[in-house]
Design a protein around this ligand. Structure first.
Ligand SMILES: Cc1ncc(COP(=O)(O)O)c(C=O)c1O
Length: 405
């Protein structure tokens, strides 16, 4: 018997790597052999309906009994129903869904759709962004994970928008200077790179510039969609008007593997007479589709999007009590900057684990800074104000422990 894992752990050196064993969970808590953790991270931002959700589990079981196998080009009722639900949740004018297996390949396929539609190969994204791990999506990403795929996608241009000391958007200027830009990919709120909320008017400026230069606007809602930011899609909070919307993570509340690209009619129509050169064996897999369909119904029936909006102000107030700076929140996605280096952040991780609270810690590689970290909070949308206060109290204790005060 060896301590070595037979599988790789993601995004890290393998020697000594060992993750938490998750054995189950209920509501805003998940269980481990170390005890029950309060989940202030929604695992990796996907568990928006919480743990052990009976309705979603039963829907997957019922689908498994009924139909497990399909082909990309076959159809069955849940596939159509889910597509209609997603389009009903999108702004007016969205008429088609392309299904994927998760967030990265949603962005890969959005990229292909944009290239096929515009005939242009360049993209604009932000340095403070993450769009996925596969070659194309990692090329679009701005954070440290891009280096592993370089030289990446030709024409992947990155801008400093929302970074420190950059007040507005550089995108209109870059669109003016560059030719052949087919698409601008933006997370409505930057998630994994530290919760950056754009200023008022940002999306309007970008939209106008895209229209002027014939580029598509793609909103990457993989992390922010499905209620996270207090609206079904986060771009609604900014009155943004995307051409494509990419989805993943909480589309199934984490209970299945699925992603999607929602396509506005002005783009979808093009493929009436042109080949859509995109496809995946597990396109709209019945188990993923069943999980997504039931999750969306749960978000609606349990008022989870409204709860995320209602708890935005309490979350912000609680984050402001932490010994940090720059507290910010949109819906139930919030963060505060900490004056801790990466070694101290490692110690903070241990202090949080000891207190059995799960939240996301960000270091200099995500924040693109020499010093300082951040804690990001993104609980299941079913959380109560009391549970939030309890969890943030535990984070405060952990920070004090690391600060030695
Ligand atoms: C904004 C954003 N886009 C895309 C992805 C990639 O999604 P997946 O890991 O499901 O491929 C992520 C994952 O963290 C994300 O946060």
């Amino acid at each position: 018997m060896t301590d070595e894992s037979p599988f790789f752990y993601t995004w890290q050196r393998q020697r000594g790597a060992r993750g938490l064993e998750i054995t189950g969970g209920e509501g805003c808590h998940f269980d481990t052999p170390e005890g029950r953790f309060l989940d202030l991270g929604a695992l990796v931002y996907q568990a928006n309906a919480g743990h052990g959700h009976r309705r979603i589990i039963d829907a997957i079981k019922a689908q498994a009994d009924q139909l497990c196998l399909s082909t990309p080009s076959s159809h069955y009722p849940a596939k159509e129903e889910l597509a209609r639900e997603l389009l009903a949740a999108a702004p007016e004018g969205f008429t088609k869904v392309f299904f994927t297996l998760g967030g990265s390949d949603a962005n890969e396929n959005a990229l292909k759709i944009a290239r096929l539609f515009t005939g242009r190969y360049k993209t604009i994204t932000r340095y403070r962004s993450y769009h996925g791990a596969s070659m194309g999506a990692a090329s679009l990403s701005g954070d440290w994970r891009r280096a592993a795929v370089e030289p990446g996608l030709p024409g992947a241009i990155h801008v400093m928008d929302l970074d420190e000391g950059v007040p507005g958007t550089q995108i209109p200027r870059v669109l003016e200077l560059e030719e052949n830009v087919g698409a601008v990919f933006l997370e409505p709120v930057v998630g994994a790179n530290g919760v950056l909320i754009p200023p008022a008017g940002y999306f309007q400026e970008v939209r106008e510039a895209c229209d002027r230069h014939g580029a598509l606007l793609v909103c990457d809602e993989v992390l922010t969609g499905f209620g996270r930011c207090g609206s079904f899609f986060a771009f609604e909070r900014f009155d943004a008007q995307p051409d494509l919307i990419t989805c993943g993570k909480a589309i199934t509340a984490g209970y299945g593997t699925l992603g999607a690209v929602l396509v506005h009619d002005r783009v979808a129509r093009f493929f009436e007479d042109e080949e859509l050169v995109c496809g995946l064996t597990h396109y709209a897999h019945p188990l993923g589709v069943a999980a997504a369909l039931e999750s969306i119904r749960v978000y609606r029936d349990e008022g989870l999007v409204a709860n995320a909006l209602a708890l935005e102000a309490p979350l912000l107030r609680l984050l402001e009590t932490l010994p940090g700076t720059g507290a910010r929140a949109l819906g139930l996605l919030g963060a505060v900057d900490l004056d801790l280096d990466d070694a101290q952040l490692g110690a903070l991780g241990g202090a949080l684990r000891k207190r059995r609270v799960h939240a996301h810690l960000k270091g200099k590689r995500q924040l693109r800074r020499d010093r300082g970290g951040a804690v990001v909070v993104s609980p299941p949308l079913s959380i109560t104000e009391e549970q939030l206060a309890e969890g943030i109290g535990r984070i405060a204790e952990a920070i004090h422990e690391v600060n030695g005060d």
